[in-house]
Each structure stands twice: as C-alpha cells, then as structure tokens.
Design a protein around this ligand. Structure first.
Ligand SMILES: [Mg+2]
Ligand SMILES: [Zn+2]
Length: 163
C-alpha cells in the first residue's frame, strides 16, 4: 500500500470564486478569486487540492451539467496558469425539494468521502476550507478538520492553521 495522500478540500463559491448570494447560474457571473499564491503554498506543502461543492441549482434546472463543466474547466485552467493544480471536482447535483435526500449534499460528508476513497486520502491529515458552517460540519463528519472563512476571504489568512 502506498502512503496515504493528504488533501485540502475547498468549497467553491466564496472560496475559489466570488460568492454571488446563490448558485452561480451563468458563466458571465463566475468570477475567479485570486488565491493563487496561497494554494500554491499548500500544494508545495504536499497537499492535493480537491473541490467539494453543493450544486442544487442542477436539480432546480437553473443550469446544466455542461454549463457547470464549463465553469469548472475555467476554474481549473485559470489556476493551472498560476501553477496550481485543482485535481478533482466533487459536486452534489441534488436538492431535497426536487430530488429528495441524498448522502452528498453538505453538511453530509458524501463528497469528501468520495474524494477520500478515490485518492486514498488520510482524513486526519486533511482539511476543508469553506465559508459556511455546513462545510465545517461535512468536514467533521468525514474526519477532516474544517476551517471556516468569511465569503471571499483570502485563503492566505488561514494558512497558519494548516500544518
Ligand atoms: Mg460557499
Ligand atoms: Zn447529493
């Protein structure tokens, strides 16, 4: 068995791109935040970077999987140009009012558990940075240390909380 990987999970809206008050429905409204240096630092410390995001707007029909993929490809590309590799995106396409309950919508830990299983991650050495209490709850439920930030707060401000 190879050594387990350590990871920093990242919420999307309010962490990697600007919080718009609700799901970002249109590509034009998708604004990438400048956390390039901070995430490069985490990458250099040996952390895999993974995204975990609720996308209930899919269940509501506000945007399509294709439009979501376009946003995520853009996010990956912009960070890549700054030397940061966002390894994978885990998203919950459900919404309780439209598709019923699921195991992946945060505060459930499903998205994190998917990432942990797929990449052989050690949760006890991993973190989840999010701008909602539900992100911290999902992290805790998955055995990952949650770090709560304000929406659009630079990640550089919490680097000292990550080993
Ligand atoms: Mg958020
Ligand atoms: Zn779900």
């Amino acid at each position: 068995m190879p050594d387990k990987v350590k990871a920093v999970f990242l919420d999307r809206d309010g962490v990697l791109n600007q919080e718009m008050g609700d799901y970002v429905r249109r590509f034009e409204d998708f604004h990438v935040l400048d956390n390039f240096d901070a995430l490069k630092t985490l990458q250099d410390r040996g952390y895999m970077l993974l995204i975990a995001t609720n996308q209930g707007g899919l269940a509501k029909g506000w945007y399509t999987e294709e439009e979501l993929a376009k946003m995520h490809n853009h996010l990956k590309q912009v960070y890549h140009e700054h030397g940061v590799e966002l390894t994978d995106f885990f998203y919950c396409p459900h919404h309780p009012n439209f598709t019923g309950d699921c195991d992946c919508r945060k505060p459930k830990p499903g998205l994190l558990l998917q990432g942990i299983a797929k990449y052989n991650i050690d949760p006890s050495k991993s973190y989840f940075i999010g701008d909602r209490e539900r992100d911290v709850e999902a992290g805790t439920a998955a055995g990952v240390k949650g770090i709560l930030i304000d929406s659009d707060q630079p990640i550089s401000t919490v680097l000292d909380q990550i080993a």
